[in-house]
Design a protein around this ligand. Structure first.
Ligand code: H2B
Length: 98
């Protein structure tokens, strides 16, 4: 299990290089995905939902038609942990069908 210790600022800097399309702050990792239609967005959300359940770690998110906005943080730590970084990387893979 990935650990739920808050990431320090040096690690957040490295994460910024890796998650180029994400907004990375100590509080949260945030990204907007835009798909071609609702069906694609919903299929993506289904994959993310299974990942969230597997790790008992759930995104704050919203969907409007083809858009899915995802905010990741560890609620019981009040910020970004290694588990959030792992989830963001997995979600990126899912968004692009890998
Ligand atoms: N998801 C996120 N993002 N942060 C949490 O702290 C969290 C969670 N806690 N999913 C989990 C559920 C916790 O409430 C249960 C009891 O394990």
């Amino acid at each position: 299990m990935k650990n739920r210790i808050l990431l320090d600022s040096a690690t957040l800097d490295l994460l910024r290089l890796q998650l180029t399309n994400w907004e990375v702050t100590p509080q949260a990792l945030k990204r907007l995905y835009v798909f071609s239609n609702f069906s694609e967005a919903w299929a993506f959300m289904n994959r993310v939902a299974l990942l969230a359940e597997k790790h008992d770690h759930h995104p704050n998110w919203s969907n409007v038609y083809n858009r899915v906005e995802i905010t990741l943080f560890t609620h019981d730590r009040g910020g970004v942990t290694e588990l959030d970084a792992y989830m963001a990387a997995e979600i990126e893979r899912m968004a692009f069908g890998k």
